[in-house]
Design a binder for this molecule. Structure first.
Ligand SMILES: NC(=O)c1ccc[n+]([C@@H]2O[C@H](COP(=O)([O-])OP(=O)(O)OC[C@H]3O[C@@H](n4cnc5c(N)ncnc54)[C@H](OP(=O)(O)O)[C@@H]3O)[C@@H](O)[C@H]2O)c1
Length: 283
């Protein structure tokens, strides 16, 4: 699943369930609910972003919805992702949670609804949630469904029990947790990989390899990290609440990393995760 050479911020890629998703979106985890999130979404839409990634757990779905409605941009031009929190696993709870997220967003169908974590009381609960997502899709509450933080093991469990292939698997993905095996698995099954914490939460901007590549392109470490993901065929959803950074993070379509630079960044694999939980530990 290759990233097109002449992409722009408007470029989208078709998901296996039909809808087209922009390659770049704004993440709003830890964007404070209220004016901070509303402004961040507005800055992003003004900068040309057409995808926003929220979740019930972030408690800012209503703010995302309000900014999108107030933007004057036609609804079908903005791609909205939200997620089922793990306390809502199970068939009935997941149905309720999906409908509640759609109501808080107030934007009609959710474009992409994800199971946020495979962390459930049992594999049965997790599979029941997936059945509920399929039902929500049939009812038109969401247009596409997918998962997040699923390892190959969790994806195989799903495959053994359902014909519905997730459109997306959203996982922590940046050079320090580069996982070619998961990427290849998702590619082989038509699942689009999406990176959370694509900027390492700004914790590894001082890495010398990234610094040298950024300097060579007169770019920032953030831009180089986003470009690395895109060139690996991965959807990127960097988060910022600052207008200048939101713009900076979108200026990644007018330069390209060389194969040698990609490999040098791939070799950073094995560094620390920034997320609190390792999905491999989830039974
Ligand atoms: N599915 C999941 O389990 C999961 C987990 C985590 C995140 N996510 C999603 O993925 C999105 C991105 O991940 P993330 O928010 O964890 O981390 P991230 O995007 O890697 O990093 C965000 C951090 O980097 C800072 N930053 C952003 N752009 C910058 C720039 N150009 N220069 C310097 N600092 C910059 C931000 O600060 P400021 O805001 O102050 O600018 C914020 O502290 C989330 O917002 C969320 O939508 C999903």
């Amino acid at each position: 699943m290759t990233f097109p050479a002449h992409a722009s911020i408007a470029t989208r890629v078709r998901l296996n369930q039909g809808p087209e998703i922009p390659w770049l979106g704004l993440g709003v985890f830890q964007s404070e609910p209220g004016a901070v999130t509303r402004h961040a979404v507005t800055y992003a839409l003004d900068a040309g972003y057409r995808a926003i990634d929220t979740a019930a757990m972030y408690q800012n779905e209503a703010d995302v919805g309000e900014s999108v409605r107030g933007s004057g941009i036609p609804r079908d031009e903005v791609f909205i992702t939200t997620k089922l929190w793990h306390t809502d696993h199970g068939y009935d709870s997941a149905l309720r949670a999906g409908r509640a997220s759609a109501a808080r967003l107030g934007l009609g169908p959710i474009d992409l609804y994800l199971i946020h974590w495979p962390r459930a009381n049992s594999p049965k609960d997790r599979l029941d949630s997936w059945r509920a997502l399929a039902q929500l899709q049939q009812e038109g509450v969401c247009r596409a469904v997918g998962v997040s933080n699923y390892t190959v093991r969790h994806l195989e469990e799903l495959r053994a029990n359902s014909d519905l292939v997730p459109a997306v698997n959203q996982v922590e993905f940046h050079p320090f947790v580069f996982d070619p095996e998961l990427l290849q698995y998702c590619d082989a099954h038509g699942i689009r990989l999406e990176a959370w914490a694509p900027l390492t939460r700004a914790r590894r901007f001082d890495d010398p390899t990234i610094g040298a590549i950024a300097a060579a392109h007169h770019r920032t470490p953030a831009q180089v990290l986003i470009r690395w993901g895109l060139q690996h065929g991965i959807l990127e959803i960097p988060k910022s609440v600052h207008q200048e950074r939101i713009r900076e993070n979108a200026q990644v379509f007018d330069f390209a990393l060389t194969d040698a630079e990609l490999s040098a960044m791939d070799a950073l694999r094995g560094g620390a995760r920034v997320g609190m939980w390792n999905p491999q530990d989830i039974p």
